[in-house]
Design a protein around this ligand. Sequence first.
Ligand code: AMP
Length: 197
Amino acid sequence: MTQSGNKVVIFLGPPGAGKGTQAERLAREEGLTKISTGDILRDHVARGTELGQQVKPILDAGALVPDDILIALIRDYLRGMNAVRVIFDGFPRTRAQAEALDRLLEDLGAPVTAVPLLEVPDELLIERIVERGRQAAARGEPVRSDDTEEVARRRQQVYREQTQPLIDYYETRGHLRSVDGVGTMDEVYGRIAAVLH
Ligand code: AMP
């Protein structure tokens, strides 16, 4: 990938597939900005902003925050950029968000470059999420309030109902790149890099 010009990568995949970790490395190595809507929302919750107070119960329940909130957030974020060189992690999550993102990107003259889909079997996902919570606790770090088994199951269900349809959405447009998400972090990263180059 070049270091200049627009580049828009959208990570798709269920909660627990490893999108955040892989997106972070890709951002570092390719000189892109990672936009993780989950991180942004959790930061608002931690700071106790008005938005944070509004969305906290939604995050705790493993449900989705309303589309208009997310779309406004992303619009503000993208408008502040000179070159649009971004990786989306956790956005879009609904068809309305995907359509709004397409419109925003069109206005900015920055079309979607590719959409890697991290595929991990269902039975591994809950295990990974619960393990992530356990490891954060062991390191003395804050544990995500939605990394419990019960909320993780709810998040998988929400993914299947609301976000999985985006696989078709991006496949139809020729952007989808399926990646086997089972393996070491390096193995999975290698596969992602291969489909992007
Ligand atoms: P994540 O860190 O991507 O797993 O997101 C954590 C939580 O933040 C989700 O379970 C949702 O409650 C909320 N969230 C993050 N991104 C979005 C989005 N694009 N649309 C709606 N809710 C979101």
